[in-house]
Design a protein. Structure first.
Length: 198
């Protein structure tokens, strides 16, 4: 189980303290914040995960400063990210963001489109397909939440059978990570439980 410490809007000094407590993987939602922090903390061996929506005009920054991107969901971004990673001679680990409930307010490819979309990533020389990321909607009904998470696990199993290296299911945040782990997640994204309330 890999835990990503979600460090958006947290001071450099706090990130250093969390790193020293044993965390190596940190997640950022905004490209400019990621770039600033990765520069200021380059003396540490941090693995940076970009977990927010990618704007076209910020792809170059993400390519330069991230080690992972979890939020790939548009064909245009696949092509741009591959180009910029090629320019800096980097192989980027990427996860497809899936909109598991087809919510209009959320980004992500539809579950039905996951395999076709993943095949596009798999053709890129500087992108390595590592799995999928989901943000299931959270309700007060734990049984319903876990039903959706098991649906995510089944979808990921289909992806992994087509692309064995895509073995990461990035699912679970502070409010639902225990259920996510029980339902098969092997990468969780935790902010509040590590850093405290924003």
């Amino acid at each position: 189980m890999l835990t990503i410490a979600v460090s958006k809007k947290k001071d450099i000094s706090i990130i250093r303290n969390v790193y020293e407590s044993g965390f190596e993987n940190f997640g950022e939602n905004f490209a400019q914040e990621l770039a600033k922090k990765s520069e200021e903390l380059k003396d540490l061996h941090i693995i940076w995960h970009f977990i927010g929506p990618i704007q076209s005009n910020k792809v170059k920054l993400v390519a330069a400063h991230a080690d992972w991107v979890h939020s790939i969901d548009r064909e245009k971004i696949i092509s741009k990210l591959n180009t910029y990673c090629s320019e800096v001679d980097k192989i980027m680990n990427v996860c497809v963001q899936v909109n598991i409930d087809n919510e209009k307010s959320k980004s992500g490819v539809s579950p039905d489109n996951l395999l076709r979309f993943s095949s596009l990533i798999n053709t890129q020389s500087n992108l390595k397909l590592r799995g999928m990321m989901v943000l299931p909607k959270i309700s007060s009904d734990i049984v319903e939440n876990e039903k959706v998470m098991r649906k995510c696990f089944a979808l990921h199993a289909n992806l992994k059978s087509a692309y064995p290296d895509a073995n990461i299911l990035s699912m679970g945040t502070t409010s639902d990570f225990e259920s996510a782990i029980q339902c098969g997640s092997n990468m969780i994204r935790i902010g509040e439980s590590i850093f405290g309330k924003r």
